[in-house]
Ligand binder design. Structure first.
Ligand code: G3P
Ligand code: MG
Length: 254
């Protein structure tokens, strides 16, 4: 059984602005095995990396991504005053961060041999054609890296699989679904991305699926250690540096 991987959730959002090039760069510097990011589609059909449907929470702009062009979105800061309560906040270097495109993130990752989880935020709006665009960007700029496409919205990942049967897809779950193995077999779902409490409240129930589950968002010390010991496939965390420390601690005693 292989050891658990550590993915930086939205980069390293516990310490740096989420879903920014700065945050991804920091996660890589800390030594993550992969990063998780979220994508939406702009009015002019560009794929951008941001968690919410709107700019409001994470930038100094407002409005729905689907109603704004990429140029309009690029006017705003994704690392400005909203992050001033972060201990590492540095106004000069953070405020120049913008909402990145998926292409920009793929370019940033190019030199690094790490995995990428693209979460398609397709459960609120129907971004027509988003799956084709994402696959095409990864094909052009992904450098052959292991890429996992995940979504809470099952049709999105099934479209990905239909468009590219070799693509790895994962279903995101925050509530329990009976007879999960049947979904995996029947729909050719490669992995499950599970909210941590679903796993931690009943670890035994998941024992046959540990190698197929990535667990989010694992930030507490004890839960990190427990999931590393269970050898789930991956933990996604806002604090990758800490998780990597616990992981290295375990390796030292093997
Ligand atoms: O992909 C795992 C996790 O990111 C799902 O929740 O809301 O943080 O995107 P959220
Ligand atoms: Mg996400």
């Amino acid at each position: 059984m292989t050891e658990t991987k550590v993915y930086g959730h939205r980069g390293s959002m516990g310490d740096y602005p989420e879903n920014t090039l700065l945050g991804f760069h920091e996660a890589i510097r800390q030594g993550v095995d992969g990063i998780e990011l979220d994508v939406h589609m702009t009015k002019d059909g560009e794929i951008v990396v941001i968690h919410d449907e709107t700019l409001d929470r994470t930038t100094d702009g407002t409005g729905f991504i689907k109603d704004l062009t990429l140029n309009e979105i690029k006017q705003y800061s994704a690392g400005g005053n909203k992050y001033e309560h972060f201990s590492k906040f540095d106004s000069a270097s953070w405020s120049v961060e913008q909402v990145p495109t998926l292409k920009e993130v793929l370019e940033l990752l190019k030199p690094y041999n790490i995995e990428l989880n693209i979460e398609l935020k397709t459960y609120v709006f129907n971004y027509e054609g988003i799956e084709e665009k994402i696959l095409s960007l990864v094909e052009s700029y992904g450098n052959g890296r292991k890429t996992i496409y995940s979504s809470f919205h099952l049709p999105s990942i099934l479209r990905i699989k239909e468009l590219n049967p070799a693509a790895e897809i994962a279903w995101l779950l925050n509530q329990s679904v009976p007879l999960l193995q049947d979904y995996l077999n029947e729909l050719q779902i490669d992995a499950l991305h599970i909210e941590k409490n679903l796993v931690l409240t009943n670890v035994h129930q998941w024992k046959d699926l540990y190698d197929k589950i990535r667990v989010w968002t694992v930030n507490g010390n004890d839960e990190m250690k427990q999931l590393l010991d269970l050898k789930v496939n991956t933990i996604m965390t806002d604090f990758p540096e800490k998780a990597l420390f616990f992981k290295s601690e375990r390796k030292a005693f093997v």
